[in-house]
Design a protein around this ligand. Structure first.
Ligand code: FAD
Length: 474
């Protein structure tokens, strides 16, 4: 019993044809479980439309019958937005079959892709044409462009190229009543009223279904320099970033931080990885510079940044990658950390942003305050410090009971998010709100902001069928 009449189910099946239907419980399972198994939902049906017209037909049927829809991309989101609730009265609409590159225009530096394209495939298509699509995240082999847009994904190159919001020129969207909005314009200037595409970016599937997008392309970097740098503390990291921006003329592409504990866990996870330094240090930065110029100037720029850093006590030790393999090995130390945290036991996740210069003070304040809540917890703040976003994920005390630690999730989040709010930051820098923070956000956004979000939701989705009870309440 799904709670959805059989007649509606039959109409939905007819709309997408046999190739687009999954109704066998076993085959539906991957669409109903979050990758860490934090959420497990139920659905009446999974539909996989093969075209924008099929998406529109599914949504029209759902609008007419009041059937709720959960859009789903690669299902790598970390806040439960792509997972249906446990009631079983929702339909999952997976975009996976809509994976065509519709057009690539090297002169306009744009690529038009369907929402179900996997991010890595879009990067590859751009590369074949000698161009760069610069969005880079550890889930890029699975996540899809529609999911990236709907979460306004960030990642490790935001510092240079911006987040997904900055990388889009146009969208095609199926609205909650089934109409298709074709906004697939490749324009860099268009001041004809509200910028509607921005409404759907970061909306986590609550305002419509993104079916295609025009994305910006960039020149392929001709030179890349990557260094792994031991720094005494996060303050030194922030100062080093300013130095590197100056010496490279603004060519810093990635600037990631991790504590010693993070490196220890990655070394346990990756058998072939090794510590780049003979001595242990408190903190590490992975810095990448890139440039379209192949003249070799970046090597000088990274060396000057490190020299200045050594002279000013900002750098304790550093290695510069001498080959593509070494570059990949150094990045593996950073990218392994999402997975490696599991080795440390229970981990309470926060995805916060703070103005860059205040990030070190935030980490210290949160560390001190949490010692009162969970004495002996192990601090783990890592990630995109270059754009003021760290994943502040305290680990359980060594040898403690993971379940007992995780039971304190909300107490810990209250402390951490309270400090974030007090320091003018955001409780969700890049993962969105989904199921995880839909209630909590009300405590930190003003009543005016919340009312504006609800007004937009009611206007576009008056029947509240698009991913209801996630991200925003009408
Ligand atoms: P899903 O998880 O399927 O969906 C996410 C949300 O978007 C849901 O609310 C869903 O309903 C909605 N949605 C999906 N497709 C559509 C569509 N076509 N139209 C409308 N709504 C839609 N995120 C970052 O930002 N930066 C990182 O550095 C980062 N690193 C990660 C590392 C790992 C190992 C993992 C597992 C995740 C990471 N993420 C990161 C989170 C995640 O990969 C991103 O949020 C990604 O953009 C989600 O894409 P997806 O296709 O998997 O979307």
């Amino acid at each position: 019993m799904s709670g959805i009449p059989d007649t509606v189910i039959e109409r939905l099946k007819a709309a997408v044809g046999p190739k687009g239907v999954i109704d066998n419980p076993e085959d539906m399972t991957p669409y109903l479980v979050e990758w860490r198994e934090k959420w497990q939902g139920k659905a009446a049906l999974v539909v996989r439309p093969g075209s924008t017209e099929e998406v529109a037909e599914v949504v029209r049927i759902c609008a007419e019958t009041g059937t709720r829809i959960v859009p789903q991309g690669g299902n790598t989101g970390l806040v439960g937005g792509s997972i249906p609730f446990e009631r079983g009265d929702e339909v999952v609409l997976s975009l996976g079959r809509m994976n065509r590159v519709r057009n690539l225009d090297p002169l306009n530096d744009t690529i038009t892709v369907e929402a179900g394209c996997i991010l890595q495939d879009v990067q590859g298509a751009a590369e074949e044409a000698g161009r760069l699509f610069p969005m880079r995240i550890a889930s890029e082999g699975t996540c899809q462009i529609g999911g990236n847009l709907s979460t306004n994904a960030g990642g490790t190159a935001v510092l240079r190229y911006g987040n997904m919001r900055d990388l889009v020129l146009g969208l095609e969207v199926v609205l909650p009543d089934g109409r298709i909005w074709n906004g697939l314009r490749g324009l860099r200037k268009d001041n004809t009223g509200y910028d509607l595409k921005q409404l759907f970016i970061g909306a986590e599937g609550t305002l419509g279904i993104i079916t295609a997008a025009v994305l910006k392309l960039y020149p392929m970097p001709a030179e890349r320099q990557v260094a792994f740098i031991a720094v005494p503390d996060p303050e030194s990291a922030v100062e080093l970033l300013a130095v590197a921006k100056q010496t490279s003329g603004g060519q810093v592409t990635g600037f990631e931080i991790m504590p010693r504990l993070g490196l220890d866990l990655v070394l346990k996870l990756l058998p072939d990885a090794r510590d780049p330094f003979a001595d242990a240090h408190g903190w590490y930065v992975l810095m990448e510079l890139s440039s379209g110029d192949s003249g070799g100037a970046l090597r000088g720029a990274i060396e000057r940044a490190l020299e200045t850093g050594f002279e000013n006590g900002l750098v304790a030790d550093a290695v510069i990658a001498e080959s593509e393999q070494q570059t990949m090995d150094l990045w593996a130390l950073r990218e392994g950390l999402s997975e490696a945290q599991k080795i440390g036991g229970g981990s309470i996740k926060h995805d916060v942003s703070i103005p860059v210069p205040d990030m070190p003070a935030f980490i210290r304040r949160a560390d001190q305050a949490l010692q009162q809540v969970i004495p002996g917890f192990r601090s783990m703040a890592f990630g995109h410090i270059g754009d003021g976003n760290v994943h502040y994920n305290p680990l359980q005390p060594e040898g403690a009971d993971a379940a007992a630690f995780l039971a304190k999730w909300q107490d810990v989040a209250d402390v951490v998010h309270g400090i974030v709010h007090d320091m003018g930051g955001s409780i969700s820098a890049e993962h969105g709100l989904g199921r995880l923070k839909v209630d909590e956000v009300r405590r930190y956004k003003s009543a005016v902001e919340m009312e504006l979000m609800s007004t937009i939701k009611r206007a576009l989705d008056p029947k509240n069928i698009m991913n209801p009870d996630k991200t925003v309440t009408p």
